[in-house]
Design a protein around this ligand. Structure first.
Ligand SMILES: Cc1cc2nc3c(=O)[nH]c(=O)nc-3n(C[C@H](O)[C@H](O)[C@H](O)COP(=O)(O)O)c2cc1C
Length: 364
């Protein structure tokens, strides 16, 4: 990836408006470029998307969840998911599984791919994962956590973090108990999505609950949930006691969210300086990253189609753009349609109804 085309001077200048506000932080032993990190998302947080988000200001990134059993069986597709690009600066790999031996063996393999840290998925609500005891089901078995953490750490040299939910359900919001076990077992930081497992993606992330944890925790805490637009992120940044924030879905509809949220005066205007032409530059770069990562044109097409459609959300005529994109069967058609659409937007602003549900399923 020596020859990534630079962004235009115009876009670079716009992005640089925000870079002065980004301060490097340290979570435990690991430094990140800013307090705003990209949260793990299955099917999305692969090399191209992670690289792009780092280019656009994400302080760090995490891979999608990767099965410890897939790694231990030497499954080719799973091992492919562990790969990291040399240009990735601050990336972690997230593992899921349940038993300490399998997780520890997988951790050793994952570490050899060169991430800065490993993370355990303790938030996935999906039945296929929790029925086997992984994901958020780990929060129900608190007595098994210290042995799991210690076994994994005994095989690792890099830091280990966890990503949890507030608890299994409304009656068992035991995040604080889990955090205390984590800090006693040498876990580097905890990221928390402010919902229970039974809530899945319904209701709102409980930020009062998250902020209260900050009174008691001794290791860094990363808050996550419903940080969908720069204004909301910026407001949370001003008042949070969390050491960092993670953004997932917000980065799908607004890839500039990591930068735009940093300047509170700008964010409060709720207008964006990033226009259709800027999105088009971002898409061209994403294509390049995809082409260097994936061999099959079909895989590149599938990746690009879903991302360009999310990027269009809220712009005029986004629905008809979406139909055209999903009808495109060839990469070049997808690019041509995107170019025509994003360049035709001129100075149009996005209007998104953030009260409407957007992507109400995921793995954490
Ligand atoms: C499509 C999708 C896939 C996800 N995959 C993962 C995952 O692999 N690991 C994980 O810990 N969380 C996963 N999550 C959860 C997010 O990291 C995040 O905790 C959740 O979406 C709430 O944050 P948000 O409101 O900023 O989206 C996923 C979420 C979505 C929407």
């Amino acid at each position: 990836m020596n020859h990534v085309a630079p962004f235009s001077e115009k876009l670079t200048k716009k992005m640089n408006n925000f870079r002065n506000y980004a301060h490097p932080i340290k979570l435990g032993q690991i430094s990140f470029d800013s307090k705003l990190l990209l949260a793990p998302m299955a099917g999305i947080c692969n090399i191209p998307y992670r690289l792009l988000m780092e280019d656009l200001g994400a302080g760090g990134t995490v891979s999608e969840l990767i099965s410890c059993h897939g790694i231990n069986y030497g499954n080719e597709r799973t091992l492919e998911m562990l790969k990291i690009h040399p240009l990735e600066r601050n990336v972690g790999i997230q593992l899921f599984g349940e038993d300490p031996d399998s997780m520890a063996r997988a951790a050793e393999v994952a570490e050899s791919f060169g991430p800065k840290f490993l993370d355990i998925n303790m938030g996935c609500p999906v039945a296929k994962v929790v029925t086997k005891g992984g994901g958020s089901a780990l929060m129900k078995e608190v007595q098994s956590l210290a042995p799991l953490f210690e076994k994994m750490r005994s095989k690792m040299k890099i830091p280990l973090s966890i990503k949890i939910r507030t608890g299994w359900d409304g009656n068992t919001r035991n995040a604080l108990e889990v955090i205390k076990i984590a800090q006693d077992s040498g876990i580097e930081w905890v990221a928390i999505h402010g919902r229970t497992r039974t809530q899945q993606y319904t209701g709102l992330a409980d930020w009062d609950f998250i902020e209260n944890l900050n009174q008691e925790k001794k290791i860094p805490l990363i808050g996550n949930g419903d940080l969908h637009h720069p204004f909301g992120v910026s407001e949370r940044l001003q008042k949070t006691q969390c050491d960092a924030l993670m953004i997932a879905r917000g980065a799908l509809r607004n890839p500039f969210i990591f930068l735009e949220s940093l300047d509170p005066d700008y964010a409060s205007t709720k207008r964006s300086i990033f226009l259709g032409e800027d999105y088009w530059e971002v898409i061209k770069r994403l294509r390049q990253y995809c082409e260097e990562t994936f061999k099959e044109e079909r895989t590149i097409l599938v990746q690009l189609r879903k991302l360009v459609v999310w990027f269009a959300a809220g712009f005029p005529h986004a629905a008809s753009f979406r139909s055209q994109i999903f009808a495109s069967q060839v990469l070049q058609d997808c690019m041509n349609i995107s170019e025509d659409y994003f360049l035709s937007l001129g100075s149009s602003q996005k209007f998104i109804n953030y009260d409407e549900v957007f992507m109400s399923s995921g793995h954490g």
